[in-house]
Ligand binder design. Sequence first.
Ligand SMILES: NC(=O)C1=CN([C@@H]2O[C@H](COP(=O)(O)OP(=O)(O)OC[C@H]3O[C@@H](n4cnc5c(N)ncnc54)[C@H](O)[C@@H]3O)[C@@H](O)[C@H]2O)[C@@H](O)CC1
Ligand SMILES: [K+]
Length: 487
Amino acid sequence: MRTAYSVETVRTAERELMDRLPDGVLMQRAAAGLAAACADLLRRRGRVYGARVVLLVGSGDNGGDALYAGARLARRGAGVTAVLLAAGRAHEGGLAALSGAGGRVVEHPSDTSAPFDVLAAADLVVDGITGIGGRGGLRPDAVPLARAVHESDAVVVAVDLPSGVEADSGEVVGEALRADVTLTFGTYKPAHLIDPAREYAGAVGLVDIGLGAVLPPVAELEALQHADVARLLPVPTGESDKYRRGVVGVVAGSARYPGAAVLAVAGALHGGAGAVRYVGPAGDAVIARFPETLVHAGPPAKAGRVQAWVVGPGLGEEPGVRDALASDVPVLVDADGLRGLNAKVVRARKAPTLLTPHAGEAAALLEVPREEVESARLTAVRELAARYGATVLLKGSTTLVADPDTALPVRVNPTGTPWLATAGSGDVLSGLTGSLLAAGLGARDAGSVGAYLHGLAARSAARGAPVSAEDVGAALRVAWRDVSEEA
Ligand SMILES: NC(=O)C1=CN([C@@H]2O[C@H](COP(=O)(O)OP(=O)(O)OC[C@H]3O[C@@H](n4cnc5c(N)ncnc54)[C@H](O)[C@@H]3O)[C@@H](O)[C@H]2O)[C@@H](O)CC1
Ligand SMILES: [K+]
């Protein structure tokens, strides 16, 4: 499990740890880890001795980390130049260490082109403009420097966070530094796991500064890894028959959109339930593709017992949502089922409800513009879970799963791929996730395991080429096997 903590929690833990340690120890630990990683990167491209390293240094401790790491690299023979974005406010101890080690300093802005000249010639740039203390994106002065960095061939290493991203939300306001590698300290922050910031961070490495001992046991965010998912996968025992493994009911598709029913059923057949019951007008299309499906014209209330319902994909104006919500089993509501969804009805349910909107549907439910959801996904998913008293899976480049119990960490799916942005892939996800619900997983686990397998399946089906939703459905078995083999 990869976990992330908010800035406030990190600051509290850091204070506690600092009280127990001599001054400056934490920063030295951070700088040592940072310098070691930079030296590794330089060695991979040549060697440390004689390499040209540029430090972008802001006014806070993030710049201090960069300066101390720069001093360590200078002592190993690198040519290190610090570009001070706030001359006069740069970390004093760090500056002294760098000068003592033979590093140079230039100021920005300045009358000369010196900062841009050193950047153009750099082998490695260390971004220490802002870390967890940064607010409101890169300042105007920093923007031309960031552009020069992006145009250079240097490998870019961000200190703690790529400067300009919002640590707690993963938002990027205006421009931010794009890093190849980010070294973070003590724990991941939400921005390392959530888009759009995650993309700016590149490969993220964690430097242990001893913070683990003072962080609270429950994180604000968590990302499942293979082993976590493997532990959650429902596995039939010798006692299982198809009914004990769970029956998932799929209320999807319409005369106009029969394909959505087929894709949702394809997902459901790969989610571990023992049987899939399809309810709706697209039974013929479903049977033609998946003869093992139990089909029923509806309504859901008359279709027979299921252990979970999936309602919504391609449903159009077809009824069925109300029936499913009136049942006493877990219900996953997706797509058309989310339109006009009544929060009171959802809140009153005794069994779990799992809503699976994409950003547009989430925006409609929250009555805000879509861009607001896209730029602040974490806030949106938490707000929806609270408002509906339901588990919410917000689909997107990083899918998030929030539980109505706010004490539980929001889950971030780490397996996403841009290839998943393809018509019908959401239908496969809802079928798959509903099947996991029917097989006995809780809503939060079903949502996060469903998103994980779905992302893996898309990656294995795509391998660098476009995929269809049907390909994703067909690759779910491979994803399941990959995960369980690694356990
Ligand atoms: N607190 C600790 O125990 C440790 C902190 N460390 C480092 O310290 C960082 C946090 O240091 P700080 O709290 O000093 O904060 P930062 O260095 O992240 O940034 C705060 C400074 O930047 C300015 N600033 C804010 N937004 C800005 C923007 N958009 N553009 C330009 N300047 C902006 C502020 O006025 C302030 O001077 C961490 O990210 C990490 O790199 C590490 O040394 C490890 C230990
Ligand atoms: K930074």
